[in-house]
Design a protein around this ligand. Structure first.
Ligand SMILES: Cc1cc2nc3c(=O)[nH]c(=O)nc-3n(C[C@H](O)[C@H](O)[C@H](O)COP(=O)(O)OP(=O)(O)OC[C@H]3O[C@@H](n4cnc5c(N)ncnc54)[C@H](O)[C@@H]3O)c2cc1C
Length: 510
């Protein structure tokens, strides 16, 4: 059997970081298995590189295109969950907003049994990955592989500036940097763009590593099972264009397949709740009832406002400004994120009303928890995905309240020169029960799926604070699924941080 020191399953956001960092030692042989194809068409490649073109990638050939099971909190709707399927993974699709999360998110991880993951401990890894152009705070990172460009310094859209002015008019504080000491307030996004192009995990980490002779990328290679000798993970079985292959890991297997596919791979390999494994006649290797549980995601909805004239076309990522606030002063950090998008976020409304802009209110500290479970024992079948959106009354109420705040923002003097008629929810939807029903009918995924192989030491924990899978050897899970709780903001930066820290742990022999 072919052998490598490390096998990385999934060349997505986290897998790209590990590939680059672990291959820095030329004596270490790294194999990366990626389910998606090695490349894509010139047209899709251009769209990946163009920051404003991300909406056109959803549903394209480079998207896994998951759908959730019917969501009771969202009027029984099945929610579309895009995920990238090619080298670079979802870092090829995301909207490029760089938000670390609030310090209390990571302090909360540490308090829940993840020793070494408090904000002061993870800060050096955020700084290591970042190359921020401006100096908006004491904690910024310089010189790392991921550029952070301040949208406000690059000819932003006038409607984005109106959004910030509107929030200020309503009394929300201003902040210079959502990643600085004051996350709360309104301000400009930092975005991962360099020379006008998407510059993410693929460009910053994966492509430079692939130039090294000790790195092998095996594309169109979907891992189907982890191989064990006793309790030690010794390799991976994978499907390459319909043929099953096996490969051996002399040191470790690192599962980086994302919050939906990582728990699926563990379950297929006999790591999970024995009752669930028995349903599919999968022999139990390790009884870990938390595999696939604790799955959660941010949830958002949208208010679309008609404008008196077209907003100039976007040359950045279409979302240049935001507002973070606490729904309750007792919160340790902002639990709500309202992003401004200077286009209509809904394709149908947008086609009929090109002159419109959107505010997207989102719950970024949701209480609802769902799961990822196998649909069958066939590794090529998609799993059942249940984010349980608005599964609690509190999540619903906070989102309804945020829609009211979005309407207030459009009703300010700052926007008076722009706005005409509200297109969504629309003037016919009043407050109260109608607005609640609107949220049930229109809330959607914020695409920040996490938590399904959570780190910790409690009964539901799947990996320990070194990201090693409990009860077995030679196996780690390193991606969004390891987050015990998703940070309160877009989570790509946090995922890169996890992988940077994991590379450091492995190099230190931990
Ligand atoms: C439309 C959209 C917009 C977003 N916007 C933002 C944003 O602005 N800011 C932000 O911070 N976050 C954003 N996100 C979220 C962020 O992009 C993701 O959370 C992050 O990229 C996930 O990283 P990951 O490493 O966990 O998984 P992924 O990047 O999804 O990597 C998983 C990789 O594993 C591969 N794979 C899966 N199964 C297998 C298998 N069995 N064998 C081999 N390979 C496999 C996949 O093809 C993929 O390449 C957005 C996401 C989406 C979809």
């Amino acid at each position: 059997m072919r052998a490598y020191d490390f096998i990385i399953v999934g060349a997505g956001s986290a897998g790209s970081v590990l590939t680059r960092r672990l291959s820095e030692d030329p004596d270490v042989r790294v194999l990366v298995l990626e389910a998606g194809p090695a490349g894509t068409s010139p047209d899709i490649e251009t769209r990946i590189q163009t920051p404003a073109a991300w909406p056109t990638l959803l549903g394209s050939e480079v998207d896994w295109g998951y759908r959730s099971v019917p969501q009771p909190g969202l009027a029984g709707r099945e929610i579309y969950e895009p995920r990238g399927k090619l080298p670079g993974g979802t870092s090829n699709l995301y909207v490029l907003m760089h938000i670390r999360g609030h310090a209390s998110d990571f302090d909360g991880w540490a308090a829940q049994g993840c020793a070494g993951w408090d904000y002061q401990s993870v800060l050096p890894y955020f700084q290591k990955l970042e190359d921020q152009e401006d100096g908006t705070g004491p904690w910024i990172g310089k010189g790392g592989p991921i550029p952070l460009l301040n949208a406000g310094l690059h000819d932003p859209n006038p409607t984005s500036a109106a959004f910030i002015a509107a929030c200020r008019e309503l009394g929300y504080p201003a902040t210079d940097d959502f990643n600085g000491p004051q996350m709360e307030g309104t301000g400009w996004h930092h975005v991962n763009i360099r020379d006008g192009k998407r510059w993410s995990a693929r460009e910053g980490y994966l492509l430079p590593a692939l130039a090294r002779p000790n790195v092998t990328l095996s594309a169109s290679s979907q891992a189907t099972r982890l191989l064990f000798e006793g309790r030690r993970c010794v390799g991976v079985e994978y499907d390459q264009n319909g043929t099953l292959q096996t490969v051996r890991a002399d040191r470790e297997v690192l599962v980086c397949a994302g919050a939906i596919e990582s728990p699926k791979l563990l379950l297929l390999s006999g790591i999970g709740n024995p009752d669930h494994l028995r349903e599919f006649n999968i022999p139990v290797v390790a009884a870990l009832p938390g595999v696939g549980e604790n799955f959660h995601n941010h949830v958002l909805t949208g208010v679309i406002q008609g404008t008196a004239r077209p907003a100039p076309p976007g040359h950045l990522n279409l979302s240049e400004a935001a507002l973070f606030y606490k729904s309750d002063p007792a919160q340790s950090g902002p639990d709500m994120q309202i992003a401004f998008v200077h286009v209509p976020f809904d394709i149908i409304v947008g086609q009929q009303n090109p002159n419109s802009v959107s505010i997207l209110p989102g719950v970024v500290r949701p209480a609802s928890r769902g799961w990822v479970r196998l649909a069958s024992g066939n590794p090529l079948d998609k799993p059942r995905v249940n984010p349980n959106y608005l599964g609690t009354e509190d999540d619903t109420q906070r989102l309804v309240d945020a829609v009211k705040r979005a309407r207030d923002i459009f009703a300010t003097r700052a926007f008076s020169d722009w706005v005409t008629v509200e297109l969504l929810p629309g003037p016919a939807v009043a407050a109260g029960a109608q607005l609640r029903e609107f949220v049930r009918q229109r809330a959607d995924s914020y695409h920040h799926q996490a938590g399904s192989c959570k780190m910790g030491t409690d009964d539901l924990a799947v990996v320990d604070p070194s990201l090693r899978v409990h009860s077995v050897d030679g196996l780690r899970v390193v991606d969004a699924s390891a987050m015990p709780v998703v940070p309160s903001g877009n989570c790509h930066a946090g995922i890169l941080m996890i992988a940077e820290k994991c590379a450091g742990l492995i190099k230190a022999g931990l």
